[in-house]
Design a protein around this ligand. Structure first.
Ligand code: FAD
Length: 307
């Protein structure tokens, strides 16, 4: 019951200001977002890669309001790529981007987001890695898929995310699987209406399995984005039935969530990529993590009241 309330709060500017300014918030936020700038994050990259894990890196931010902020988002990713270059990690450190942070919701936003994200994809490609376009709320997805298709003409490894909770996703998965794309499948983290998305957790899980089967049987590279132990086991079985080897798909989980499972899967020889977010504009990302598991909210509330 709490999840939808927290998701609604994730879009409140007043709460954003309140929560972001509270000094006690930071230690709780650190669990999910281990740093505010590129200097904080380079040691985290080293630590995870030393453990045999791979990364997809997100400079947090979304819902920006000016073209200058969109350009700043682009520059933050370019700075990150510049710092990763001498580390020679190649695809062990990829990027994840939200097009809303690149200006998608501004006037002329589709073109603006494409113009801002292209140099990031080019720079990533130049250091031997790639970019995945995150999926945001359902109103943004036609534009995201169009940007994805456009980028893939020059950079075919550019990936995108699809969300099992949306009714449209089975058709999107068939199209993307046939085109041989890299695709991350997730359950979906936004508050979506019943007209476009399953609301029942069980229905969402069933849809996840149907979509995953399509991806595993297709021509592309499936990225299994879930912490759900049942879905992780089903993914391994579907990959086996589809005749995929361990390097023909991968698992992805979020930094700070089920970290022991990251190591277990990596030790079994799977490619395990940790979605690692950093930056100062962490409010939306943080609130979605609270909404996914209300126990996190109790933990957060306890630290706010100092107990
Ligand atoms: P759940 O059933 O929610 O969780 C399974 C178990 O994992 C829980 O029982 C709990 O033990 C643990 N767990 C899950 N979430 C948390 C949490 N926040 N805190 C503590 N424990 C937790 N969503 C989008 O809409 N767009 C995206 O682009 C996107 N990218 C993602 C990238 C990655 C790599 C991952 C892993 C998720 C991404 N998500 C994205 C979020 C996703 O949609 C889900 O909200 C999130 O993964 C929780 O779903 P789950 O599959 O882990 O299953």
């Amino acid at each position: 019951m709490l999840g939808p309330v927290i998701l609604a709060a994730s879009r409140s500017d007043r709460l954003r200001r309140l929560v972001s300014a509270a000094p006690v918030t930071r230690p709780v936020v650190d669990r999910f977002i281990p740093g505010e700038n590129v200097d904080d994050i380079v040691p985290v990259v080293r630590e995870l890669t030393d453990k045999g894990l791979e990364l997809t890196m997100d400079v947090v931010g979304e819902d920006i309001t000016t073209p200058e902020q969109a350009a700043a988002a682009r520059d933050a990713y370019l700075e990150l790529i510049d710092r990763l270059k001498p580390m020679e990690l190649g695809r062990r450190a990829e990027m994840s981007v939200k097009l809303s942070m690149f200006g998608q919701a501004l006037p002329g936003g589709h073109e603006l987001a494409l113009a801002n994200v292209r140099p990031v994809v080019e720079a990533a490609d130049a250091i031997g890695t790639t970019v995945t376009l995150d999926a945001e709320d359902h109103t943004t997805l036609d534009s995201m898929f169009a940007v994805h298709e456009e980028l893939r003409r020059d950079f075919p490894r550019t990936g995108c995310v699809i969300q099992a909770y949306l009714f449209r996703t089975e058709a999107d998965a068939r199209r993307l699987a046939a085109s041989g794309s890299r695709v991350r499948l997730v359950k979906g983290a936004y508050k979506e209406p019943a007209s476009v998305a399953y609301q029942d957790r069980h229905e969402i899980d069933k849809a996840y399995v149907r979509v995953l089967r399509t991806l595993m049987e297709g021509e592309g590279y499936p990225m299994v984005g879930s912490h759900d132990p049942r879905l992780v086991a089903i993914a391994q079985e579907l990959a086996r039935r589809a005749g995929r080897k361990q390097d023909e798909y991968e698992f992805q989980m979020l930094y700070g969530i089920r970290s022991e499972e990251h190591l277990r899967l990596a030790a079994e020889g799977h490619r395990m990529r940790v979605y690692t977010a950093y930056g100062t504009d962490w409010y939306g990302y943080f609130m979605r993590r609270l909404a996914e598991k209300p126990a996190n909210l109790r933990f957060f509330a306890r630290s706010v009241v100092g107990r």
